[in-house]
Write a protein that binds this ligand. Sequence first.
Ligand code: PMV
Length: 341
Amino acid sequence: MTVVSIRIPAKVTLFGEHAVVYNKPAIASTIPVFIDITGRKLDDRRLLINLDGASVQIKGILFDRISGGHTVLPDDNYLSRFTSYIVTGLDICEDELKINRSGYEVSIGSSLPIGAGLGTSAAISVGTMAMCLALSTHYSTDDSHVKKMVALLAWKTEQRVQGMASPMDTFTITYGGIRYIKPWIPDTEILNSTNKFNIIVGYTPKRYTTAELVKKVKNLRTKEESVMNMLLDVVEKIVGEARDAVVHGDAEKLGILMNINHGVLESMGVVSLEHSYIVKILLAAGALGAKTSGAGGGGAFIALARNREHAIVLKNIVEAFGGKVVALELYEKGFTVSYRE
Ligand code: PMV
């Protein structure tokens, strides 16, 4: 029976998160941190999810001091949110291919906690879709028609699970590299830079889900529509300027734009206290720019260093303040697929 392995990179948002939900452009990139999904079909209709090497949240462990046995107490809320991307993705894939419901064994390995805010839920959606299509159609990673289908159907999965989602994460993770996102099509464009940027991507614990944070911004927009619309226009302008700065390799300008974008995210109420500190500390240590990246509420952040050595200094500072650093460079590829009989 065919076994399919999908290697999916995580992503970082450089500019334009939240505004992209309102059809504004954004810039995101894959990073060299991976989630691996391996899958095969089963003869019955069960779905078995192995979480070997994936760090997921549980509520606790019940230890029986007489028998020595223990029971893992699941964090039902978290686990059902996490599995819903897989279940929904498989449903959408089978409906699209007009095939009967099948059983699957899916194994997930991840060095990132699922839900850390580096596009991990989008990575699960992309990986599930890429796996399901591979088990039925045996395509190659370079097949542009299948890639488009994976990006669109993984986006549909995110929308169905979260209620509201832009195509940014699923398209970036599918295609890879630094991507200019055009949600109104939806499509993306690769931005080839003359410079290799020295970045620091890290995260702190994320206190809210992406769906909750998207809703928070939506509520603010309902209350203060014209002010919020002006902020969204500001983000659009930042993204336009950042697009040119990426292409021309202008790190100084990108840093300034990151700081302005971070200020807008503060105004939208999605920056956590830890991130406010970390961003200020990084700037005091000479970073060209720093910002919350993605939905916020803790989660991911990105900073721009002056050179590789400076990036390592900034990494040490972040870690001293309790943040975790996962990448010091961007990545140029999207997901890949391989087969084993
Ligand atoms: O934090 P993440 O990686 O889940 O990114 C969310 C990005 C948002 O713009 C806030 C939402 C979206 O759907 O684009």
